[in-house]
Design a binder for this molecule. Structure first.
Ligand SMILES: Nc1ncnc2c1ncn2[C@@H]1O[C@H](COP(=O)(O)OP(=O)(O)OP(=O)(O)O)[C@@H](O)[C@H]1O
Length: 767
């Protein structure tokens, strides 16, 4: 491109950067003002909260003032937060104001329009757009269109235009480092540059290089269920995050970040992706792991985690596996639903409600309330039972409030405690002192009996576990599961319960049963549900999420070939299963087959492990072929590991040693941590350190590292195709370098599938 052209563009960049700089100064001043105002209100507030509370009039006045100040300070806090977010956005924009330019000619116009696209909009004093937000309707042309006639979607409908030029920029600290015109979606040159960089400890946004098929995922606002099957490294996680940023922009007035929930595979991942949305000027969505989500719903019990199950259930029989599969299926969830809908009142299992070890409401009493109600949906009937119990509780509170112990307690109250019990709102409400005392008495008893109220409110009087056992006994199982194996499932469930454990298979059906019978457990505020690594969830769990967030549109992303916890499925099978299970109006399936993470030799190696790997397209980025180091005993393998680490560190910032399980990770740590700076990562870790670390593959789900060393890929350790998903997932975590160590002969998964030219094998020959 002619130098003058570049000079002209640089001139514009410099000018825009200067204007952004001026704007930052202004926003900084506003921010400082907002902060000092905030401080002033806060100091006033604390002065007021310490005023004398004992004169009734004073109290009323103070309370009103406090309410006012609270409202004022929350408004100020919000304002301050907005300014602070704006500042962060503009500071980023100042360094790199845009990454793209499109020249368009609208129908009927004679003059082309030139638009620049960046991570956020920026207008000059006259409200002319100097930079368009990448999420603006017009910006979609940049990602989707090749030169010529193009269409784009706007709130007013589809618009047509003629795309005359598409230019890409790389701008660092206000300087154009490269720029080129392209007719492709986003040219490979730009991608080469971005992908060749070293890994950061948190993920980066990809807005400047979003690919056309990723753009389809990001900008889909129509589907109720969007399922993305994408090969390893195809940008699924990136697409989720840009999609969230897009949705927040698109529905700015109706959607808050906390109405979006993402199920992430582990805590390291949660941290890994935490910077992307803030880098785009947005707040993070809510993030949970399956374990966090279910543990919160089973208070007092410990739920088996995916990791626990992975670590312990290595050798289960085929028959048991069939029972597991059934319990994880959509058919099983339907069976739960049928059971609940047709459950006769006499089969309802209730618990006593206890107070200090004594029965407060007996299960017989609850049962008779339930039975006497007319026939209706179980949840409605349960709710009415609940209301009747609360009524009876209130009655008993009123009676108890007249007891001598309550009067005595009131006598003993200090003035301060008395007023605290009375509360701000009730100050001055009672004309008669007797009324006030009766009120206080009821409050004392209510507090004392709160535990009973909570038990009613939280539906603890349904004996969920006995009910579930009853369901298991009555459930129609497939003919392939014999009675004995099925009975073993019930026993396993009950035995676990004795130790306050719930097995993972039982989690979704158990929660579903409880929710249907009690009419609880649903969050209708959540508008979007995202599940990353969907292949690691059972269909039953996904259906439960759908039930728990009934209003949420669903986006499920995953890779059937990275299955760690079950056998690898073909993408078609997985999609078919999900489509059948979710009866939604607008379902859409998108496949991503191009892999961006790894160098060409690494992707070629990883895809040849898979029987159907041909559909995976590698991004053409140079690198060394993966090395396989074969040793014949543990000590030599550890020495080889040591050498590989030193060699990897010469060119890579992060080196991850990935193992099949935690025992292997500990073993390596024990042998190596004295000689090199090595960290062992566990389930409890929330962030990745720099340098060298060792972790089992399930904790590395969704992550990527400059260099990966796979531990012991021998035939003994990876004997069958059951381990294929594990090996593929490990190999596909590497960005620039992949090495694999084997103690003894290498697994057939590699030796029989990967062509010799795609790897370099180094044997140690003993003499
Ligand atoms: N359009 C793109 N531009 C630049 N980088 C991209 C793009 N798409 C993906 N990448 C990069 O490729 C790598 C893999 O992306 P990501 O982690 O989102 O893939 P994934 O499909 O979720 O992977 P996996 O399933 O293997 O965990 C990341 O480093 C990401 O930044």
């Amino acid at each position: 491109m002619a130098d003058t052209e570049k000079q002209l563009e640089q001139k514009r960049v410099t000018n825009v950067v200067q204007q952004i700089g001026n704007h930052i100064k202004k926003v900084s001043d506003d921010y400082k003002d907002a902060r000092s105002e905030m401080k002033l209100v806060q100091s006033n507030y604390s002065a007021n909260t310490s005023v004398n509370y004992f004169e009734v009039d004073d109290r009323i006045e103070t309370s009103a003032e406090i309410q006012q100040q609270r409202a004022l300070s929350s408004r100020l806090i919000e304002n301050e937060q907005i300014l602070s977010r704006q500042l962060a956005t503009f500071r980023q924009l100042e360094k790199s104001p845009y990454f793209g330019r499109i020249d368009i000619l609208d129908p009927g116009e004679t003059e082309q329009e030139r638009l620049y696209i960046g991570t956020a909009s920026f207008t000059d004093e006259n409200q002319n757009f100097l930079v368009y937000d990448w999420r603006a309707p017009i910006s979609s042309i940049y990602y989707n269109g090749t030169l010529g006639k193009v269409a784009y979607e706007t709130p007013a409908g589809i618009q047509q235009t003629d795309l005359k030029k598409k230019r890409q920029f790389l701008i660092q600290d206000g300087e154009i480092t490269s720029m080129f015109d392209t007719n492709e979606t986003v040219g490979d040159e730009m991608l080469q540059h971005v992908l060749g960089e070293q890994n950061d400890d948190t993920m980066q946004n990809i807005v400047s290089t979003i690919q056309r098929e990723q753009n389809d995922i990001i900008r889909d606002t129509h589907s109720d269920l969007l399922v993305v099957q994408g090969v390893a490294g195809s940008g699924k996680t990136s697409a989720i995050l840009q999609r969230i940023a897009f949705l927040l922009y698109h529905s700015r007035d109706e959607l808050e970040a906390d109405q979006i929930i993402l199920f992430s595979p582990n805590r390291l991942f949660s941290h890994y992706i935490s910077d992307v949305l803030p880098s785009l000027g947005e707040r993070n969505m809510r993030q949970v792991t399956l374990s966090e989500f279910v543990n919160q719903r089973f208070q007092g019990l410990e739920v088996e985690s995916l990791f626990d199950r992975y670590e312990t259930s290595k050798d289960i029989s085929e028959a048991t596996q069939e029972s597991h599969d059934f319990k994880e299926s959509a058919a099983f969830m339907s069976a739960v639903q049928d059971y609940c809908q047709t459950l006769p009142a006499s089969q309802f299992k209730f618990n006593n409600i206890l107070f200090k070890g004594n029965i407060f409401f007996s299960k017989q009493e609850i049962e008779s309330i339930y039975r006497e109600l007319p026939d209706m949906q179980p949840a409605e009937r349960f709710l009415q039972t609940k209301n009747k119990l609360i009524k009876r509780l209130k009655h008993r509170i009123n009676e108890e409030a007249k007891s001598a112990w309550v009067a005595e307690e009131i006598d003993q109250l200090s003035d301060e405690d008395y007023h605290t019990l009375l509360g701000n709102k009730e100050l001055g409400r009672f004309q008669q002192i007797d009324d006030e005392i009766r009120y206080i008495a009821r409050k004392i008893v209510t507090e004392r009996l709160r535990i009973v109220y909570d038990a009613i409110y939280n539906s603890y009087f349904l004996d969920t576990y006995t009910q579930y056992t009853d369901f298991l006994a009555h459930c129609q199982r497939p003919a392939t599961i014999d009675a004995k194996t099925w009975q073993e499932q019930t026993v396993a469930f009950q035995e676990a319960l004795e130790y306050h454990h719930v097995l993972l298979d039982d989690v979704a059906p158990l929660l579903y049963l409880r929710d249907i019978l009690t009419g609880s457990g649903q969050n209708r505020r959540m508008q979007h549900l995202f599940v990353d690594e969907m292949q690691d969830y059972s269909v039953a769990q996904l259906l439960y999420f759908h039930h728990a967030f009934p209003k949420a549109k669903m986006t499920f992303l995953g890779d059937s070939e990275q299955a760690l916890y079950r056998n690898v499925e073909s993408p078609d099978m997985l999609l078919h299963k999900l489509k059948d299970a979710f009866h939604v109006r607008k379902a859409r399936l998108i496949s991503l087959n191009r892999s961006y993470r790894s160098t060409l030799p690494i992707t070629t190696f990883a895809k040849s492990l898979l029987p159907d790997g041909d559909h995976i397209q590698a991004f053409n980025r140079d690198g060394k072929v993966p090395t396989i180091v074969v040793r014949y005993d543990l000590d030599s393998a550890i020495t080889a590991m040591h050498d590989l680490i030193s060699e990897s560190l010469k060119t890579n910032g992060t080196v991850a040693i990935l193992t099949k399980n935690m025992d292997e990770a500990k073993l390596i740590y024990q042998h190596l941590h004295h000689d090199c700076d090595l960290t062992l990562l566990t389930d409890a870790d929330r962030s990745l350190p720099k340098g060298v670390f060792v972790l089992p593959i399930y904790l590395a789900k969704g992550l990527e590292f400059d260099s990966v060393i796979a531990w012991n890929v021998s035939q003994e350790n990876y004997p069958s195709s059951r381990e294929l998903g594990i090996l593929y997932t490990i190999s596909s975590r590497a960005m620039h370098q992949l090495s694999l160590i084997s103690i003894g002969p290498v697994t057939n998964l590699i030796s029989q599938n990967v062509p010799q030219t795609c790897m370099q094998i180094e044997h140690e020959f003993s003499n």
